[in-house]
Design a protein around this ligand. Structure first.
Ligand code: ADP
Ligand code: ASP
Ligand code: MG
Length: 462
């Protein structure tokens, strides 16, 4: 049972989570995110403090330390009101962590140096606070619980700080070795989502939103009967309800469709979480913490066509197109392979490839990666095949997903007709050979308008 940040956003919500955990009759592991907004706050103080004059570092760190300590401590008092010993024990744990945070932030501030390793350490504190609180709340309500970090639960990763990858050959035994004895002795472990450690025990993170991935890794290697993702919406909907409030619930969807949706912007689940569940054929259930009576969404292997050919539409922002040009590219064998290998070696993920001609190669990356990508491409290829690197920033990706599109003639034409009727220009198109999705780029300003037009045409009007 994985609970996201909003599901444990305050004492009231945490007590709701305690009820849900108590109601689940099966043996279970609980995974939690940081309390709502905490990871963002840690991220912004770390980046800010690294760029402040040293004269104000101490004051700023002191202020942040007392705010974060007060916030978590008052939650502890509210969720453990009647057990002074347990309350004290939990408060001491929180204070110790807050002190570690303070020391690390002071180091970052004085040295004006925020490495990705230090940032991961700082970001990990959110979940390390929250597991103590949720586990304390469970104990205070009669559940035999204990808290663990992802590493203590057996998740060992490589040393790619900020986007660490699990070492499957190690964790396949480490996870059951660490967790099974606890579960079998009747305990309910509460594990930090998102964070793990490398082989040297240094804290790593799995990428933002990575608590879902933690849950499916644990589910896979424990042979769970189900992975439950408890969040703040009824399940996977036909689109983001924050943009289109009348989005409808999808009660069943396949792993492949869910992965495409998540990969192209539906942040309700992290796209990386699908693979571990899929290889072990473990169903994933998305449930609403605030509406537990709703059946939610079940993600399974079977692909079922729904009445409407299109199941969902998504939007992914914060992306950019890089367009590499140069007649010399035609004479450089395997230029695409070389470009993508180089970017991969620098941990820059290619989200979408629009295809290439002999003298042109276009692909999509995250905006955060633009500077690094241009730097490495320039240093390797300038005057060596590639003449120009063109950057197109104000764009977004629209994706239409539905297994029913497979083999249905004319669906692409209908999609593009709808976009044209909305008076939106398509900049770039990509369709995977699975035909489960069609993705294309439009100007960012037209993104939501395009999403609404497609949702109206294919989902509301069927
Ligand atoms: P958590 O904190 O529980 O991990 P997230 O904020 O990461 O929750 O994900 C839940 C959010 O995902 C919802 O509040 C919703 O706005 C957003 N979302 C985007 N696309 C979809 C979609 N297709 N279906 C459901 N929710 C979506
Ligand atoms: N707390 C982390 C984040 O905000 C991980 C997560 O919520 O899944 O990205
Ligand atoms: Mg999330």
């Amino acid at each position: 049972m994985k609970f996201g940040g909003t599901s444990i956003g305050s004492a009231r919500e945490i007590l709701r989570v305690v009820d849900l955990v108590k109601k689940e009759p099966q043996k279970k592991v609980v995974v939690v995110s940081a309390m709502s907004g905490v990871t963002d706050k840690l991220n912004s103080i770390a980046n800010r403090i690294a760029n402040l004059p040293s004269t104000v570092v101490e004051k700023e760190v002191e202020k942040f330390h007392s705010e974060i300590l007060a916030f978590h401590s008052s939650t502890v008092r509210d969720v453990i009101p009647n057990n002074p010993r347990l309350q004290d024990e939990t408060l001491n744990g929180i204070t110790e962590l807050a002190d570690k945070l303070k020391i690390t932030l002071l180091g970052v501030g004085y040295l004006e140096d925020l490495s990705s390793k230090s940032l991961d350490y700082i970001l990990s504190l959110g979940e390390r606070f929250s597991v103590r609180i949720v586990s304390g709340a469970l104990r205070s309500n009669g559940v035999n619980s204990l808290h663990l970090t992802g590493y203590e639960a057996g998740i060992i990763t490589d040393s790619c700080f900020g986007c660490a990858r699990p070492l499957h050959s190690k964790i396949k035994d480490a996870i059951p070795d660490k967790l099974k004895p606890l579960i079998d002795s009747g305990k309910t472990p509460v594990v930090t989502g998102y964070i793990a450690a490398d082989e040297k025990g240094r804290i790593t993170t799995l990428g933002r939103g990575g608590s879902d991935f933690t849950a499916s890794l644990l589910g896979r290697y424990l042979g769970a009967s189900e992975v439950q993702i408890w969040t703040d919406v009824d399940g996977i909907l036909t689109t983001d309800p924050k943009i289109i409030p009348n989005a409808k619930l999808i009660s069943r969807i396949s792993y492949v469709e869910a992965m495409d949706l998540a990969y192209f912007g539906a942040k309700v689940i992290h796209s990386k979480m699908i693979e571990p569940a899929m290889v072990a054929d473990i169903p994933v259930r998305i449930k609403n913490t605030f509406n537990p009576g709703c059946g939610g969404t079940l993600i399974v292997s079977k692909q079922e066509k729904s009445d409407s050919i299109v199941k969902a539409v998504t939007i992914a922002k914060n992306v950019a197109i890089l367009n590499l040009k140069g007649v010399g590219m035609a004479e450089t064998p395997n230029i695409a392979g070389k470009v993508f290998t180089l970017l991969g070696d620098h941990n820059i993920n290619i989200i979408m490839i629009s295809g290439s001609s002999e003298s042109n190669l276009s692909f999509v990356i995250k905006r955060d990666n633009i500077n690094r990508a241009i730097e490495v491409l320039n240093s390797r290829f300038t005057g060596n095949g590639i003449r120009d690197i063109e950057l197109v920033e104000d764009v977004c990706i629209i994706t239409v997903v539905g297994v029913g599109m497979h083999g249905t003639k004319g669906i692409a034409a209908k999609i593009f007709e709808t976009v044209a009727e909305a008076d939106v220009n398509i900049i770039m198109i990509a369709q995977g050979s699975s035909e489960v999705n069609i993705s294309f780029m439009v100007p960012e300003n037209d993104g939501e308008k395009t999403l609404k037009a497609l949702h109206r045409k294919f989902i509301e009007c069927g």
